[in-house]
Design a protein around this ligand. Sequence first.
Ligand code: NDP
Ligand code: BG6
Length: 513
Amino acid sequence: MSQETRHPFLQGLSKHRGVQPTIITIFGASGDLCARKLVPAIYNLAVDNLLPADFYLIGFGRKPIPDEEFRSMASEAISSFSRRPLNKEIWDRIEKNTFYCSGGYDEEEGFQKLSDKIDSIEKESGREMQSVFYVSTPPSVFDPIVKNLGKVGLATKYQDSSKHTKVVIEKPFGKDLESAQNLNRAIQGVFQERQVYRIDHYLGKETVQDLLVQRFANSIFEPLWNRNYVDNVQITVAESLGVGTRGGYYEQSGATRDMIQNHTMQLLALTAMEAPASLDAESIRDEKVKLLKAIKPLKLGYDNPDVVRAQYHEGLIGGKKVTGYRDEEGVSPQSETETYAALRLSINNWRWQGVPFYLRSGKRMARRVTEIAIQFKRPPSSLFSENEMINLANNSLVFQIQPDEGSTILLNGKIPGLQTRTQPVKMHFRYSTTFGSNTPEAYERLVLDAMIGDGTLFIRGDETEASWNLITPLHEFWKSEGQRGIETYASGSWGPSASDRMLWQNSHEWRRP
Ligand code: NDP
Ligand code: BG6
């Protein structure tokens, strides 16, 4: 695929123009995400000339940090984590408009100071500006931050104009259905839904956006995209990393809350939803919600259940010995937290009736790979010998979300020679070959879209609740079971054998990515 042949649809997805004067305030600005992702994203937007001339950055946190110190923290973050090196001239333009405000997240006083700071920036620059509040703190303070923005009037500033305030909320969005509903209520008590941008950074990945383009800008797929031709769908989100220093967070979360409820379910929704009426945010989100609501409740228990959970034990990653989950820092030696989960889902609609959707995600797996594999049905057996039929692979279409971004179609081809012998062969499209490497990071796209006011790549309130509605009974079941039913897998493997057995029950097997 060359750039010239890309469908206008794709251009429609990139509305990278006309960002109005903006003040971004980051709550939790002394933290890991701000340094590793947010500040580098802002910097790279500046490099691409996508920031408005009037752009201001305010960090907010509990500890007082002088403006100068925050500026140095930001430039160090860019030097360490940006995909492009720090260019002094570009950074100078952002740096002079970078400030820090301190205050407690649950105390109105700091928010009043923030509001005064925003007023003074507007006064000095002589223009009104939209504010984007990026909540990048632990979830325990999402609620007070939102409420305090409401109390000091920042939430309703310029309410009826395009300069209305936007709030970006990080994940995890709740820990179950009830907490997600409570958080939605708190947010919606202060903001209108059009002001709210719930992040799932997977939606900002170039390849995830391309999934929509590949599905709907090509006429060859749609006729096959249903139960008549698709045998099963496999979505794998595997990481080779362990929990690292995030043991404390991960103990409360586990693979289903950390990865399945959000990133993996979003990949599923985009893969299986109907074509939206248009490409606007609401049409796409309506289709995702419809799809999520059509998933049948999971079968739990011990008679061929739809779920497998497991924890990694020690093993080898890249030839190096690594420790087991229960020995990680911040993890209980009796931990019941799953580091791997696999789900078998059935979608109760006309298109997908009878097609299993398998989802798996785990830490410390054989390698880092995220892919969506559409496995097509086998051809009828009339033409080939019994031996050849065994060799024939299911055709599959695989979207490689990361790394090595692209897509592959698996076909059966003839081995050259006098006999008719077949072999599976692959047709590849590689992003890096066609478009070059160094594509924008997910957070660049998402920060830009929030500034523009485009919610297409963010999660709507009802979407997150639909997803929790499926996952919450699973957590309640696991909680009631305690240690029972937790499988193990060696670090560096493809997960527990129980997960393979779940697929064998349907005469399927996991692809080896
Ligand atoms: P951190 O743990 O680094 O916390 C961010 C900041 O929040 C800290 O610097 C601190 O700032 C403040 N803070 C920390 N603990 C508390 C607390 N208990 N109560 C109140 N404030 C606290 O978080 P991250 O930067 O890693 O993540 C921020 C958000 O982004 C989280 O919601 C996380 O789930 C999400 N996220 C993070 C990812 C990552 O890779 N880091 C990936 C995906 C999502 P101060 O003391 O200055 O107030
Ligand atoms: C985050 C999870 O949302 O996504 C992490 O909290 C995980 O546990 C990360 O490592 C994976 O993101 P990516 O973009 O590296 O695949």
